[in-house]
Write a protein that binds this ligand. Structure first.
Ligand SMILES: Cc1cc2nc3c(=O)[nH]c(=O)nc-3n(C[C@H](O)[C@H](O)[C@H](O)COP(=O)(O)O)c2cc1C
Ligand code: SF4
Ligand code: SF4
Length: 380
């Protein structure tokens, strides 16, 4: 397998693969990460409680039997914990606070250590929400966005962890992106119903933010469901408790998948109703009534403009060829997972591998979306 299979980077931090260990208060420390997530692309330590109010809330949670990290010197603990993670994965630190000042102090320490700060707007334990920390930030969007702006002023890479289906998630994602956060870490939970895959697609189609998704990922199939809706990375929490080998298994699967297909988070086809807008790279020439029209409208393209945009990208690349295919060019051809002897014959003649074909389709998707007349934020 090549040394650098994935090209996943935010600012100065590179991720060697798109599998992350999610934070679990009282559980996900450097020791747990080194034991269970040695192969991960990212480990997210914490959550740690930064101020007196969240420390008191954590003590109350411990008193009723919940695991929590407790320290009166959280910054020192965080600094030591980042250092104690074995070399390999990037590191993020999930933190809670009721005021901005401790977050700014933590941001400086975390930035200096070369890690990512993750703001916990997710914890729904009543001790935390009752004091305005965790998930309660989702009902105070202007405070949340103000905090994001101030944390970003320190220059730290910032992830915001949120729980789905608590507020208007698409609007929330857009606000978080516009405020300057680098990563949205989405727990795509829908009460009693596993992960909300449609929501991942809707957020993918309405923001360009780096998207880490989780909830109920227990194997390659459940991870793939999230990748194919637009997750850039998938994280796991409870699954690792049940199966300590899970991260290693997911990394192995996604690495083989990337090597074979060239696009580990390739979207589904648009016509099945599950594909996000990146799936337009696999669409036909828009000559018949079908879901392509509704989707190109979201990006502000007419049918002719969409056709022109695809051919503009294809010009000078191998996608330009393919006289014998349905629409005369690989530009209009389907995903490699759809069997087609016409397309495969052209690929063979051109000497273009499946993964090279898919990499070109990924670049085409970026081109179509990047040059859209309507920007992401207006599309939903
Ligand atoms: C015991 C436990 C503790 C958790 N603590 C935190 C936390 O401190 N901060 C946070 O953002 N999420 C926390 N989470 C949420 C997880 O990171 C994750 O979003 C959630 O469990 C869904 O993913 P899963 O289905 O892979 O477990 C916790 C989850 C569990 C099970
Ligand atoms: S253009 Fe083709 S691939 Fe796209 S939605 Fe229509 S039928 Fe499906
Ligand atoms: S030639 Fe095959 S891959 Fe290309 S559009 Fe037609 S069915 Fe799809």
């Amino acid at each position: 397998m090549p040394d650098k299979l994935f090209d996943i980077k935010i600012g100065k931090i590179s991720f060697r693969n798109p599998i992350a260990l999610a934070p679990m208060g009282g559980i996900t420390d450097s020791n747990f990460a080194n034991k269970n997530a040695d192969d991960a692309g990212l480990v997210i330590l914490g959550g740690y409680n930064l101020d007196a109010a969240t420390q008191k809330a954590a003590a109350e949670m411990v008193a009723r039997g919940r695991d929590e990290f407790q320290s009166e010197e959280p910054l020192k603990l965080i600094e030591n914990e980042i250092k104690a993670v074995s070399e390999g994965p990037a590191v993020a630190v999930n933190v809670r606070s009721t005021t901005i000042e401790p977050l700014i102090e933590a941001a400086k320490v975390i930035k200096e250590a070369g890690a990512i700060l993750e703001l916990d707007a997710h914890c729904r334990q009543p001790e935390m929400t009752g004091i305005g920390a965790g998930q309660s930030l989702l009902s105070e969007i202007s405070k949340l966005t103000e905090w994001i702006e101030q944390i970003k002023d320190t220059g730290v890479l910032l992830s915001v962890k949120v729980r789905a289906n608590v507020s208007d998630d698409v609007e929330l994602a857009q606000e978080i992106e516009n405020a300057g956060a680098d990563i949205l870490h989405l727990d795509a939970m829908q009460e009693g119903a596993g992960a909300d895959l449609k929501l991942i697609k809707d957020i993918r189609d309405s923001t360009g933010i780096f998207l880490i998704c989780n909830n109920s990922v227990i194997n390659a199939d459940t991870a793939k469901d999230m990748f194919s809706r637009g997750a850039d990375m998938v994280s796991v929490a409870r699954g690792v408790m049940d199966n300590p080998g899970l991260i290693g298994q997911l990394v192995k699967w996604v690495s083989v998948h990337q090597e074979d297909t060239g696009w580990y988070n390739a979207p589904k086809h648009i016509c099945r109703g599950q594909g996000d807008l990146r799936g337009l790279a696999f669409c036909c020439l828009p000559v018949k009534p079908c879901p392509v029209h509704h989707n190109i409208e979201k990006l502000g393209y007419s049918a002719q403009e969409f056709a022109d945009k695809k051919m503009e990208f294809a010009k000078g690349t191998m996608l330009e060829y393919g006289d014998s295919t349905c629409f005369g060019s690989l530009a209009w051809c389907c995903k490699i997972s759809k069997p087609c002897f016409l397309r495969d014959g052209v690929l063979e003649t051109l000497g273009l591998s499946d993964s090279e074909y898919m990499r070109l389709k990924k670049e085409m998707a970026d081109y179509i979306i990047g040059n859209a007349k309507k920007k992401h934020k207006q599309t939903i």
